[in-house]
Design a protein around this ligand. Structure first.
Ligand SMILES: [Zn+2]
Length: 297
């Protein structure tokens, strides 16, 4: 199996720069699709596919962050700002197939918006406004910080070590709103018996991962609006099992290039929109579980 990164020194140096939020979101979506294509290529070969021509990825030094002349310092000019989780399985430039100097990335467990993160966001939104076209909150499924919060919510008595740790509690406190919202929505959509269902903890975690990204995008939009104008904040969630970004839980049977996918979502602007989003997330989880049962039969 060959995955070849090829640099042609005689090819013209082309750098794609988006000129609007729409173009920036499209570039992030296409980058993740290229990453998914590579994942699929590797998995197909792993499954025993014999015919596998090499995958050739053209690159140039600027994309890799290599100055084209000695001693030349490149000016920082990211076109998207991403607030993501510190999780080691979600290296943001890698899963979005982005280059050096494309993204201004702020990473913290649970992609929560603490004071230091706000400082970094404000700095980028103020000093790099000319190049910035878009702001994204990137959550991910199976988030450890969200999982810990769900466990505290479900069995508070078993997590006294967290109760005595102020730094960890600052994370849990910020995430609890989404976990409580997820629990309430699950009860409304599936009835109170859902708490006895074997999927309950897993669905609570997944629903909270999506809701958390959406809620933080609302906070981030307010923050960005306070320092600059015209920068739109969206959210999306990286599915760690399928390597794909989407604003709702993915449908495994759907291709990564399906036009039906909602890749980026807008922050819910009211209690009704928050409740509607929770409903759509849970409906997807229910649909996916029904699809799984059908496949197993
Ligand atoms: Zn995480």
């Amino acid at each position: 199996m060959d995955i070849v990164y090829r640099f042609d020194p005689h090819a013209p140096l082309e750098l794609k720069r988006p000129r609007s939020n729409k173009q920036a979101l499209k570039m992030l979506e296409q980058g993740n699709m290229r990453f998914c294509k590579m994942v699929k290529h590797i998995q197909t070969i792993g499954e025993g596919e014999r015919e596998h021509p090499p995958m050739v990825i053209p690159v140039n030094p600027i994309q890799l962050g290599i100055p084209i002349a000695k001693g030349l310092e490149v000016m920082q000019a990211p076109w998207a700002l991403v607030l993501g989780c510190a999780d080691a399985r979600v290296p943001i430039e890698h899963v979005m197939d982005c280059s050096s100097n494309d993204l201004f990335v702020v990473r913290v467990a649970g992609n929560v918006l603490g004071l230091e993160c706000i400082g970094s966001v404000d700095y980028a939104a103020t000093h790099m406004r000319e190049s910035l076209q878009s702001v994204i909150v990137l959550g991910h499924t199976g988030c450890g910080a969200v999982t810990a919060t769900v466990d505290v919510y479900l069995s508070p008595n078993n997590f006294s070590d967290i109760a005595f740790s102020h730094p960890v509690r600052t994370l849990i406190d910020r995430l609890m709103l989404s976990v409580r919202g997820a629990a309430k929505a699950l009860e409304q959509e599936c009835g109170s018996n859902i708490q006895k269902d074997s999927h309950y903890r897993e669905w609570l975690i997944t629903t909270a991962c999506y809701l958390n990204a959406a809620v933080i995008s609302l906070d981030l939009q307010r923050e960005v609006n306070s320092v600059t104008k015209g920068l739109h904040v969206s959210y999306t969630v990286y599915d760690t099992a399928w390597s794909r970004i989407e604003a709702l839980p993915i449908r495994p049977e759907e291709d990564s290039d399906s036009p039906n996918r909602v890749v980026f979502g807008n922050a819910p602007g009211s209690a009704e929109e928050f409740s509607e989003l929770s409903k759509r997330i849970i409906q997807r989880l229910v649909e996916n579980a029904a699809g799984n049962r059908k496949r197993k039969r």
